[in-house]
Write a new protein. Sequence first.
Length: 321
Amino acid sequence: MKIFITRNLPTDLAQLNAYASVEVWPERQPPPYEVLLAKAKAVDGLLCLLTDKIDQQLIANSALKVISQMAVGFDNIDIAAATAQKIPVGHTPGVLTDATADLTWALIMAAARRVVEADRFTRAGLWRTWEPDLLLGPNVAGATLGIIGWGRIGQAVARRAQGFDMRILYTSNRKCQPEVEKCYGAEFVTLDKLLQTSDFISIHTPGNQETYHLLSDRQFALMKPSAILINTARGTIIDQEALYRALSQKQIAAAAIDVTDPEPLPMDSPLLTLDNLIITPHIGSASRQTRAKMADIAIANLIAGLKGDRLPYCVNPEVYR
Ligand SMILES: O=CC(=O)O
């Protein structure tokens, strides 16, 4: 058996040697598509990242028995094509919930209290004295937090918000059980109501056709001028041109995004000129412990696939029917 791993992983790969000969792409940049295409024809198992485009062409021409992605999201993979070929696709849910919720909170606090702007101000030598109105922002405690997407990460963000005595609104494809709502003190509302009412709006839905540009001009127009928008989910969920208009015209107060479309943003993107926008380089799951656990789950999925066993975390269990 042969395996191709598309980047160096933060874990020991020795356990894999018992099952297959392992090739690891050694560079910091992802393998070019042509390399992926060629490898997919030649190996049994592929361990990939969200930067790798695993499309219909690649899957249909491959000899793969398993595709194991080291991420919870899988919008870079054509799942329908993999299912049609009976190739199980693995992902790494659960282990990155807390790390992503923590980064969401880092961004909520940083955007509200203008931490990045304040650091720039200090380094530019502009700090002359304590001033009553220097770098003011809104209170986080007691504010209303609107969560778009009520899965594991959205709920972990809500759990943290309880410590800040926030009113919690959520919107999702469906209303959850009353016990769960009660546990978080959360209230189900429509997306429009959430946008109109929230002081902080945080996105926690998967990136797919249904959520593509979920937030565009109409939705920004519904938000309060004081609203702060956070996105640690997928860049495609926000129409970035509309985001630029909303931030530059102060239609909303600020935003903090860990994900963009594309990633990275081109250096001439107008978004990079805005003082009221914080951008981090897709580091939601970037705690050392979390990344190690993600790599371990990705390897466990890969080994199960090579052995013909059911993947512990399978995106397309239909392949087993
Ligand atoms: O964005 C990160 C992931 O999907 O794991």
